[in-house]
Design a protein around this ligand. Structure first.
Ligand SMILES: Cc1cc2nc3c(=O)[nH]c(=O)nc-3n(C[C@H](O)[C@H](O)[C@H](O)COP(=O)(O)O)c2cc1C
Length: 222
Protein backbone atom coordinates (compact mmCIF):
# COMPACT_ATOMS: atom_id res chain seq x y z
CA UNK A 1 0.00 0.00 0.00
CA UNK A 2 1.31 3.48 -0.88
CA UNK A 3 2.13 6.07 1.78
CA UNK A 4 -0.83 8.20 0.56
CA UNK A 5 -3.27 5.30 0.96
CA UNK A 6 -1.86 4.50 4.38
CA UNK A 7 -2.31 8.13 5.47
CA UNK A 8 -5.93 8.13 4.33
CA UNK A 9 -6.76 4.91 6.18
CA UNK A 10 -4.91 6.24 9.20
CA UNK A 11 -7.03 9.40 9.14
CA UNK A 12 -10.29 7.46 8.82
CA UNK A 13 -9.41 5.09 11.65
CA UNK A 14 -8.45 7.88 14.07
CA UNK A 15 -11.29 10.27 13.28
CA UNK A 16 -12.95 10.58 16.65
CA UNK A 17 -14.78 13.47 18.26
CA UNK A 18 -12.32 15.91 19.84
CA UNK A 19 -14.30 18.04 22.27
CA UNK A 20 -11.59 19.73 24.33
CA UNK A 21 -10.23 22.52 22.16
CA UNK A 22 -7.72 25.29 22.75
CA UNK A 23 -8.85 28.83 21.95
CA UNK A 24 -5.72 29.47 19.81
CA UNK A 25 -6.61 30.62 16.29
CA UNK A 26 -6.44 28.32 13.29
CA UNK A 27 -4.24 29.84 10.56
CA UNK A 28 -6.08 30.89 7.40
CA UNK A 29 -4.17 28.47 5.15
CA UNK A 30 -5.10 25.52 7.38
CA UNK A 31 -8.73 26.58 7.50
CA UNK A 32 -8.77 27.05 3.73
CA UNK A 33 -7.53 23.49 3.15
CA UNK A 34 -10.21 22.12 5.50
CA UNK A 35 -12.92 24.05 3.62
CA UNK A 36 -11.48 22.95 0.27
CA UNK A 37 -11.77 19.33 1.43
CA UNK A 38 -15.45 19.96 2.21
CA UNK A 39 -15.96 21.46 -1.25
CA UNK A 40 -14.54 18.29 -2.88
CA UNK A 41 -17.38 16.17 -1.46
CA UNK A 42 -19.87 14.52 -3.80
CA UNK A 43 -23.56 15.43 -3.85
CA UNK A 44 -26.65 14.34 -5.79
CA UNK A 45 -26.41 15.75 -9.35
CA UNK A 46 -23.24 17.58 -8.23
CA UNK A 47 -25.50 20.40 -7.09
CA UNK A 48 -23.70 20.98 -3.76
CA UNK A 49 -26.86 22.13 -1.94
CA UNK A 50 -24.88 23.19 1.13
CA UNK A 51 -23.03 26.23 2.39
CA UNK A 52 -20.80 26.82 5.41
CA UNK A 53 -20.92 29.91 7.57
CA UNK A 54 -17.49 30.19 9.17
CA UNK A 55 -18.01 31.84 12.55
CA UNK A 56 -14.80 33.39 13.86
CA UNK A 57 -16.23 36.55 15.42
CA UNK A 58 -16.06 36.04 19.22
CA UNK A 59 -19.47 37.66 19.83
CA UNK A 60 -21.16 35.38 17.28
CA UNK A 61 -19.38 32.31 18.64
CA UNK A 62 -20.48 33.21 22.14
CA UNK A 63 -24.11 33.55 21.08
CA UNK A 64 -23.94 30.11 19.46
CA UNK A 65 -22.21 28.66 22.51
CA UNK A 66 -24.93 30.12 24.72
CA UNK A 67 -27.56 28.34 22.60
CA UNK A 68 -25.66 25.04 22.67
CA UNK A 69 -25.10 24.92 26.46
CA UNK A 70 -28.73 24.36 27.56
CA UNK A 71 -29.39 21.96 24.69
CA UNK A 72 -26.43 19.86 25.78
CA UNK A 73 -27.47 20.06 29.45
CA UNK A 74 -30.84 18.47 28.67
CA UNK A 75 -29.35 15.84 26.34
CA UNK A 76 -26.44 15.16 28.69
CA UNK A 77 -28.71 14.74 31.70
CA UNK A 78 -30.66 12.03 29.87
CA UNK A 79 -27.47 10.42 28.57
CA UNK A 80 -26.10 10.18 32.14
CA UNK A 81 -29.32 8.54 33.30
CA UNK A 82 -29.05 6.01 30.46
CA UNK A 83 -25.41 5.41 31.43
CA UNK A 84 -26.58 3.94 34.75
CA UNK A 85 -27.71 0.84 32.86
CA UNK A 86 -24.11 0.16 31.87
CA UNK A 87 -21.50 -1.59 33.97
CA UNK A 88 -17.74 -1.83 34.31
CA UNK A 89 -15.50 -0.53 31.56
CA UNK A 90 -18.43 0.33 29.27
CA UNK A 91 -19.81 2.61 31.95
CA UNK A 92 -16.45 4.19 32.68
CA UNK A 93 -15.90 4.79 28.97
CA UNK A 94 -19.31 6.40 28.52
CA UNK A 95 -18.61 8.55 31.59
CA UNK A 96 -15.36 9.81 30.07
CA UNK A 97 -17.14 10.61 26.83
CA UNK A 98 -19.90 12.49 28.64
CA UNK A 99 -17.29 14.46 30.60
CA UNK A 100 -15.82 15.57 27.28
CA UNK A 101 -19.32 16.39 26.01
CA UNK A 102 -19.93 18.47 29.16
CA UNK A 103 -16.72 20.35 28.45
CA UNK A 104 -17.82 21.10 24.90
CA UNK A 105 -21.25 22.06 26.22
CA UNK A 106 -19.61 24.69 28.43
CA UNK A 107 -16.98 25.87 25.96
CA UNK A 108 -18.44 25.55 22.44
CA UNK A 109 -18.34 29.33 22.00
CA UNK A 110 -14.63 29.46 22.83
CA UNK A 111 -13.57 27.20 19.97
CA UNK A 112 -11.72 29.55 17.60
CA UNK A 113 -13.83 28.47 14.62
CA UNK A 114 -17.39 27.21 14.34
CA UNK A 115 -18.44 25.82 10.98
CA UNK A 116 -22.19 26.08 10.53
CA UNK A 117 -23.40 23.79 7.77
CA UNK A 118 -26.49 24.99 5.93
CA UNK A 119 -28.53 23.29 3.21
CA UNK A 120 -31.30 24.13 0.79
CA UNK A 121 -33.78 21.28 0.23
CA UNK A 122 -35.09 22.94 -2.96
CA UNK A 123 -31.81 21.98 -4.62
CA UNK A 124 -32.03 18.32 -3.62
CA UNK A 125 -33.69 15.31 -5.25
CA UNK A 126 -34.86 13.64 -2.05
CA UNK A 127 -35.84 10.22 -3.39
CA UNK A 128 -37.09 8.87 -0.08
CA UNK A 129 -39.17 11.89 0.94
CA UNK A 130 -42.57 10.20 0.54
CA UNK A 131 -41.97 6.78 2.03
CA UNK A 132 -43.65 7.46 5.37
CA UNK A 133 -40.45 7.01 7.32
CA UNK A 134 -37.57 9.26 8.32
CA UNK A 135 -35.98 10.60 5.14
CA UNK A 136 -32.18 10.37 4.96
CA UNK A 137 -31.30 10.74 1.27
CA UNK A 138 -31.16 14.54 1.34
CA UNK A 139 -28.52 14.42 4.06
CA UNK A 140 -26.40 12.35 1.70
CA UNK A 141 -25.77 15.48 -0.34
CA UNK A 142 -24.55 17.38 2.69
CA UNK A 143 -22.85 15.11 5.22
CA UNK A 144 -20.07 13.90 2.89
CA UNK A 145 -18.83 17.51 2.98
CA UNK A 146 -18.68 17.31 6.77
CA UNK A 147 -16.83 14.00 6.64
CA UNK A 148 -14.29 15.43 4.18
CA UNK A 149 -13.77 18.46 6.42
CA UNK A 150 -13.28 16.19 9.44
CA UNK A 151 -10.74 14.02 7.59
CA UNK A 152 -8.89 17.16 6.60
CA UNK A 153 -8.93 18.20 10.28
CA UNK A 154 -7.24 14.92 11.23
CA UNK A 155 -4.63 15.57 8.58
CA UNK A 156 -4.05 19.09 9.92
CA UNK A 157 -3.98 18.09 13.61
CA UNK A 158 -7.11 20.17 14.20
CA UNK A 159 -9.72 18.79 16.60
CA UNK A 160 -13.37 18.75 15.55
CA UNK A 161 -16.76 17.27 16.42
CA UNK A 162 -19.88 16.96 14.31
CA UNK A 163 -22.75 18.31 16.41
CA UNK A 164 -26.44 18.50 15.57
CA UNK A 165 -28.13 19.61 18.80
CA UNK A 166 -28.39 23.18 17.52
CA UNK A 167 -30.96 22.10 14.95
CA UNK A 168 -33.33 22.53 17.91
CA UNK A 169 -32.38 26.20 17.82
CA UNK A 170 -32.60 26.66 14.08
CA UNK A 171 -34.70 29.83 14.18
CA UNK A 172 -32.26 31.55 16.55
CA UNK A 173 -29.26 30.29 14.53
CA UNK A 174 -30.73 31.68 11.31
CA UNK A 175 -31.21 35.00 13.05
CA UNK A 176 -27.68 35.18 14.42
CA UNK A 177 -26.07 34.21 11.11
CA UNK A 178 -28.38 35.94 8.64
CA UNK A 179 -29.30 32.67 6.95
CA UNK A 180 -31.90 33.21 4.19
CA UNK A 181 -35.41 31.85 4.62
CA UNK A 182 -35.03 28.90 2.24
CA UNK A 183 -31.73 27.74 3.76
CA UNK A 184 -31.59 25.60 6.92
CA UNK A 185 -28.96 24.30 9.33
CA UNK A 186 -27.89 20.70 9.82
CA UNK A 187 -24.71 20.79 11.88
CA UNK A 188 -22.28 22.94 13.81
CA UNK A 189 -18.66 21.81 13.85
CA UNK A 190 -16.36 23.44 16.42
CA UNK A 191 -12.73 23.41 15.30
CA UNK A 192 -9.62 24.00 17.37
CA UNK A 193 -6.26 22.58 18.30
CA UNK A 194 -6.76 19.80 20.86
CA UNK A 195 -6.09 20.26 24.55
CA UNK A 196 -4.96 16.64 24.87
CA UNK A 197 -4.00 13.97 22.38
CA UNK A 198 -6.68 14.86 19.85
CA UNK A 199 -7.63 12.31 17.25
CA UNK A 200 -6.81 8.71 18.11
CA UNK A 201 -8.16 5.17 18.43
CA UNK A 202 -11.87 4.70 17.79
CA UNK A 203 -14.33 2.04 18.85
CA UNK A 204 -16.68 0.73 16.13
CA UNK A 205 -18.59 -2.48 15.41
CA UNK A 206 -16.58 -5.00 13.38
CA UNK A 207 -17.20 -5.18 9.60
CA UNK A 208 -18.75 -8.67 9.98
CA UNK A 209 -21.53 -7.22 12.12
CA UNK A 210 -22.26 -4.43 9.64
CA UNK A 211 -21.94 -6.02 6.19
CA UNK A 212 -23.75 -9.03 4.75
CA UNK A 213 -23.52 -11.33 1.73
CA UNK A 214 -26.44 -11.19 -0.71
CA UNK A 215 -29.13 -11.36 1.98
CA UNK A 216 -29.53 -9.08 4.99
CA UNK A 217 -28.14 -10.86 8.02
CA UNK A 218 -26.17 -13.44 6.01
CA UNK A 219 -22.50 -13.72 6.96
CA UNK A 220 -20.05 -12.16 4.54
CA UNK A 221 -16.89 -14.24 4.12
CA UNK A 222 -13.83 -12.19 3.14
C1 LIG B 1 -25.14 12.86 13.09
C2 LIG B 1 -24.25 13.09 14.28
C3 LIG B 1 -24.65 13.97 15.28
C4 LIG B 1 -23.83 14.23 16.37
N1 LIG B 1 -24.20 15.17 17.30
C5 LIG B 1 -23.37 15.46 18.33
C6 LIG B 1 -23.69 16.52 19.24
O1 LIG B 1 -24.68 17.24 19.09
N2 LIG B 1 -22.83 16.75 20.26
C7 LIG B 1 -21.68 16.03 20.43
O2 LIG B 1 -20.93 16.28 21.39
N3 LIG B 1 -21.35 15.02 19.58
C8 LIG B 1 -22.16 14.73 18.54
N4 LIG B 1 -21.81 13.75 17.64
C9 LIG B 1 -20.55 12.99 17.82
C10 LIG B 1 -20.84 11.53 18.23
O3 LIG B 1 -21.33 11.53 19.54
C11 LIG B 1 -19.57 10.70 18.10
O4 LIG B 1 -19.12 10.71 16.77
C12 LIG B 1 -19.83 9.25 18.50
O5 LIG B 1 -20.20 9.18 19.85
C13 LIG B 1 -18.61 8.36 18.31
O6 LIG B 1 -17.56 8.86 19.09
P1 LIG B 1 -16.13 9.11 18.45
O7 LIG B 1 -16.36 9.90 17.19
O8 LIG B 1 -15.37 9.89 19.48
O9 LIG B 1 -15.52 7.78 18.18
C14 LIG B 1 -22.59 13.52 16.51
C15 LIG B 1 -22.19 12.65 15.50
C16 LIG B 1 -22.98 12.44 14.39
C17 LIG B 1 -22.48 11.52 13.30
Amino acid sequence: MSQESLALYQAMSTLRAVRRLRPDPIPDDVLKRILQAAAWAPSGGNVQPWRIVVARDPAIRQQIGDLYRPQWQVYGHNARKAMEQLEGEARAKRGRMLDACDHLGEHMGRAPVLLIFCFNPKHMAITDADLGRASVVGGGSVYPALQNAMLACVSEGVGCTLTTLLCYEETAMKDILGIPEDWYTCAVMPLGYPVGGGHGPISRRPVEKLCFENQFGQTLEL
